[in-house]
Design a protein around this ligand. Structure first.
Ligand code: 3PG
Length: 208
């Protein structure tokens, strides 16, 4: 089922937050130290992914305890995960591809949804369902800036969040494109909190 109608989802948080860290946690207990380090490093948005089983608990912990950060859910691939994410407090939802059932859950809960696309056909399908802020994934493997520029040229009203292979070296190249609303990635999220703090600081400083 496709929810083709005008969407009023609020993506304005991406205007002031150009870096969306992708956080994969082995344990929910790591959520506060990791997100705390990101926050101290100047980052105010983070995506905790459903790649690991602790995602729901980690999102709930982060949303309850870190009030000055916008915490969303990533790698959400079905309605069940989406409902879990939203009930845990996720403020936005990201998918690697487009899911009509996830879109429906997000729409019902009025939570912004960023579906993933990798081709022009997928952009057209997402647009047909009312979405024009899309994750471009996996950005690097699909050809990076060059491919994104070529695809985006056909869709002047679409903005992209490139993710997958984005890092400290190439983030500015992506962000220089008009079609890029923000970039996502895991490069600044390390096992140790000191490295996470240093890398997130470096990333936020580099964008000043
Ligand atoms: C994602 O889940 O969005 C990406 O896999 C993150 O990609 P990266 O680890 O290359 O930054």
């Amino acid at each position: 089922m496709c929810y083709k109608q005008v969407l009023y989802m609020d993506y304005s948080f991406l205007n002031d937050n150009k870096l969306v860290p992708v956080v994969v946690l082995d344990s929910a207990q790591d959520a506060l130290p990791v997100l705390g380090a990101l926050r101290e490093g100047g980052i105010k948005v983070a995506e905790i992914t459903f790649r690991t089983a602790c995602a729901r608990e980690a999102i709930a912990l982060a949303c309850t305890n870190i009030k000055d950060m916008l915490v969303g859910a990533g790698t959400v691939i079905n309605a069940e995960q989406c409902a879990q994410a939203i009930s845990a407090g996720a403020k936005f939802v990201v998918s690697p591809g487009f899911s009509a059932e996830v879109a429906g859950e997000c729409k019902r809960a009025d939570v912004p949804y960023l579906p993933g696309v990798a081709t022009a056909t997928e952009v057209m399908a997402a647009k047909a369902c009312g979405f024009d802020i899309l994750k471009f994934f996996p950005a690097g493997a699909m050809g990076g800036v060059k491919t994104l520029k070529a695809i985006a040229a056909a869709f002047p009203d679409v903005r992209f969040l490139p993710t997958g292979g984005v890092n400290a070296e190439n983030m500015k190249e992506y962000l220089a494109l008009d079609c890029v609303v923000a970039v996502g990635g895991s490069w600044m999220v390390k096992k140790d909190v000191e490295s996470t703090l240093r890398l997130s600081r470096e990333a936020t400083e580099a964008l000043k």
